[in-house]
Design a protein around this ligand. Structure first.
Ligand SMILES: Cc1cc2nc3c(=O)[nH]c(=O)nc-3n(C[C@H](O)[C@H](O)[C@H](O)COP(=O)(O)OP(=O)(O)OC[C@H]3O[C@@H](n4cnc5c(N)ncnc54)[C@H](O)[C@@H]3O)c2cc1C
Length: 461
């Protein structure tokens, strides 16, 4: 995602990936509203929609079965079911199409930085020099360790086995047992994944010392027997894996010319399906800021605002994941709190609040006092001449001006000026950053110029 974003600004980008091939292991099963909006803003949503299935937005918070709330502030009020293997491939293809080099079989093992850039050392002994380096290398991030950034939090207390395999019993019999077990044990399920293959999730016996060791089919059988009283005759695994519930947040997202994004900066249990979404949104926040820095027009502190904006968002996701894990515990007290939360979710306001958390549509960055839209991402709106998001494919700033009296002179190389009107927009004009967050809303040219300076630096000629 980040490589694609950086290419929008013409930067030379190299992605180093240690694995020679794409992994068959499907972790994330989908995308939430904010990520879907982001893909729409960059004009690539269609290709994701054609590989996925749209699901109603209810039932994501701690898997409490509730209908979607009314009036969600998005034109994409659904979850897009799409396996991570496909999301990874589509993002990788987009980056390559835009001109990023994706080098597989390239493991980073060392790095040194100085005032001018970073030198990465690769496992094959070669070196690579760049102005910046961003560690998007997952929860066990080598980059994070090399720059000495701490990763405090809680270690895994429980572990879950996950795999794709076939079953040896009729689907109806399997479903009956599953429904009974899931009344109390929610870290359990067998879900059809096409071609007779099932995605099997079951609690592990304990926490493995080395989670890189793959579980065996025998381990799955034992655990299915322990939890459900039958192993469902599972056989012919496609792949087997395990995951924990560790919750950790990087101390810092930046050390000089090295930054962190995605799981390298934050990990948490997969409840609610938020981790990959959070990483996509990190990249969307970081891309234009890094590009501005390299292009030389970044105002003071712009690159550091990546951490001040995104780290609190990750901390909030960690917290809601902790809360969801408590609500999914089989302890009687936790089950009682779960019933209470389920009752509270019958209030549409509560349901919407929790849904906005999970879908990341409720995020508001702290841009100071001002209009209620300030700091929020803006939904797509229909304009007389098309859709707002259709104007955002290039990754530039955008002034949506319903008055026709405003100007971005001095910033036309960084900011587009769209004069149009929308029946859905009450404010006279909005200034959007390249990541779609509202930098200013109003009608006064002097105020607008101040905000242009804040986010897009000094005016040019
Ligand atoms: C069971 C499960 C279900 C999940 N479901 C969801 C969901 O529904 N929705 C959701 O949003 N999230 C979900 N997640 C979380 C999601 O999978 C992660 O948040 C996401 O994969 C993080 O992406 P990333 O690119 O930051 O890191 P990763 O996906 O871990 O990618 C890091 C990459 O860096 C490479 N790498 C590592 N070290 C090096 C090195 N030294 N040199 C070069 N390359 C290196 C790795 O090979 C890997 O390809 C789930 C996770 C699990 C375990």
């Amino acid at each position: 995602m980040l490589a694609g974003e950086l290419r929008l600004y013409g930067l030379q980008v190299i992605v180093l990936e240690k694995d020679a091939q794409h992994t068959p292991v499907v972790r994330s099963l989908g995308l939430h509203a904010r990520s879907i909006e982001i893909l729409d803003q960059r004009g690539v949503l269609e290709r994701f929609l054609s590989h996925g299935k749209q699901y109603p937005l209810g039932g994501f918070f701690a898997a409490i079965p509730k209908p979607a709330p009314e009036r969600l502030d998005t034109t994409h009020p659904y979850a897009l079911g799409i396996p991570q293997t496909i999301t990874d491939r589509l993002l990788s293809e987009r980056a390559a199409e835009l001109g990023a080099q994706v080098r597989r079989n390239c493991e980073l093992i060392g790095l040194v930085q100085d005032d001018g850039g970073v030198t990465a050392e690769l496992a094959d002994g070669s070196r690579l020099r760049s102005r910046y380096l961003v560690g998007c290398d997952g929860g066990r991030s080598t980059v994070r360790k090399l720059i000495g950034v701490g990763f405090p939090g809680e270690p895994s207390k429980v572990e879950t086995l996950l795999g794709e395999m076939e079953i040896g019993v009729p689907v109806e019999a399997m479903t009956a047992v599953m429904e009974e077990v899931r009344k109390t044990q929610r870290r359990f399920g067998l879900t059809p994944f096409g071609d007779g293959v099932f995605r099997v999730v079951v609690p592990a016996a304990g926490v493995a010392e080395d989670r890189t060791t793959m579980p065996t089919l025998e381990e799955f059988k034992q655990q299915l027997n322990a939890v459900a009283g039958t192993d469902f005759g599972v056989h012919s695994p496609r792949w087997l894996s395990r995951f924990g519930d560790a919750t950790r947040l990087a101390d810092r997202y930046r050390a000089g010319r090295v930054l962190l994004a995605g799981d390298a900066a934050h990990i948490h249990p997969p409840v609610g399906g938020q981790g990959l979404n959070l990483g996509i949104q990190d990249a969307f926040n970081l891309g234009w800021k890094l590009a501005a820095d390299l292009a030389g027009w970044a105002p003071d502190g712009l690159l550091d605002s990546y951490e001040t904006e995104r780290r609190p968002v990750a901390a909030a996701v960690l917290d809601n994941s902790r809360a969801q894990m408590e609500l999914m515990s089989t302890e009687p007290g936790a089950q009682a709190v779960r019933r209470l939360v389920a009752e509270l979710m019958d209030f549409d306001e509560v349901n919407r609040y929790l849904t906005e958390k999970i879908t990341a549509t409720g995020i508001r960055y702290d841009f100071g006092e001002g209009h209620e839209l300030l700091g929020r991402r803006m939904r797509d709106v229909v304009l007389k001449g098309g859709r707002l998001y259709a104007h955002m494919h290039t990754g530039r700033g955008l002034l949506l001006d319903q008055t026709g009296r405003l100007s971005v002179t001095g910033w036309t190389d960084r900011v587009d000026h769209v004069v149009d009107v929308s029946e859905e927009l009450e404010v006279p004009a909005v200034l959007l950053r390249p990541d779609g967050h509202v930098a200013w809303a109003g009608e006064d040219q002097g105020e607008l110029a101040g905000r242009l300076r804040t986010w897009f630096g000094a005016p040019g000629d």
